[in-house]
Design a binder for this molecule. Structure first.
Ligand SMILES: Nc1ncnc2c1ncn2[C@@H]1O[C@H](COP(=O)(O)OP(=O)(O)O)[C@@H](O)[C@H]1O
Ligand SMILES: [Mg+2]
Length: 254
């Protein structure tokens, strides 16, 4: 059980009549409750991978199964959080979180929303509108909304990318806490190496549409970025990413 990704291929264009694969032969097995960080340079296929997991895109070859069931389109069992929050501006925090639950006429919508409002620590803001929230708060509401339908998997595409450095650091701690409480499987895309090492059980490094490395992070939590062990991981990934860059330049120079 968990998320099983096998022989995944995705192309958007044809070159000389052949598909130009953005993702080629991607294979990954993820256990329920694992925190996976996807790390890679811009354009290497991270968002495409997440959109396939979300069901917004269909693979050309291969399959993705969640707890034994093949993905067939979007589902609230896979919650998505983007870099820019997509909250309804005319709804309060509570109404945003309850929205999906009410849509499917879930009887305990208010109770479930309360549980997640508490989990993200925004009890006193539950009546506030998105415009009244800071960027970090709005992202927490987005996470609560994605978790509320009792989703199995949380998919996050650079959710902290638009936040200032201090908020970003606090949000890393916050996401770790929410993950530990909710016990969900998380796929978290970032191009920040320290962020990936801080958050992940496993860092999966993407390069030119395939998995270049899949590295378990053997550090206890809460993690301290200043330790030598932490920095060793950071250096290891930074070096690998730099290799990707110099290879890219060599290709462009040809
Ligand atoms: N809808 C699309 N149509 C055509 N090309 C696309 C589309 N989405 C992404 N691509 C291309 O696929 C490659 C990977 O993009 P993406 O998955 O967004 O990378 P990342 O998120 O790692 O920056 C890029 O070359 C991008 O231009
Ligand atoms: Mg992207």
């Amino acid at each position: 059980m968990g998320v099983s990704i096998q022989y995944l291929h995705k192309a958007f264009d044809l070159v000389d009549g052949k598909p130009k694969y953005v993702l080629e032969d991607v294979n990954l097995e993820v256990e329920n409750g694992e925190f996976i960080c996807i790390l890679g340079k811009s354009g290497c296929g991270k968002s495409t991978f997440l959109n396939l997991l979300a069901g917004y895109l269909k693979p050309d070859k291969g399959r993705i199964a969640v707890n034994g069931v093949d993905i067939d389109g979007p589902s609230e069992t896979r919650g998505v959080v983007f870099q820019q929050h997509a909250l309804f501006p005319w709804y309060t925090v509570r109404q945003n979180i309850e929205f999906g639950l009410r849509l499917r006429k879930q009887k305990d919508a208010a109770e479930v929303a309360s549980k997640y409002i508490q989990m993200i620590g925004l009890e006193i803001y539950e009546g506030a509108y998105p415009a009244e929230l800071s960027g970090g708060m709005a992202q927490r509401v987005g996470i609560a909304r994605a978790l509320a339908p009792d989703s199995d998997v949380l998919l996050m595409d650079e959710p902290l990318g638009a936040l200032d450095a201090l908020t970003r650091e606090l949000m890393r701690q916050e996401i770790t806490r929410i993950w530990q409480l909710s016990k969900k499987t998380i796929f978290f895309i970032t191009h920040s190496v320290p962020e990936a090492v801080y958050l992940a059980d496993r860092v999966v490094l993407f390069k030119d549409g395939h998995i270049d490395a899949d590295v378990p992070i053997d550090l206890s939590r809460p993690r301290d970025m200043k330790t030598a062990a932490f920095q060793e991981y950071v250096e290891q990934f930074a070096e690998r990413l730099a290799e990707c860059e110099s290879e890219q330049r060599a290709v462009q120079a040809e």
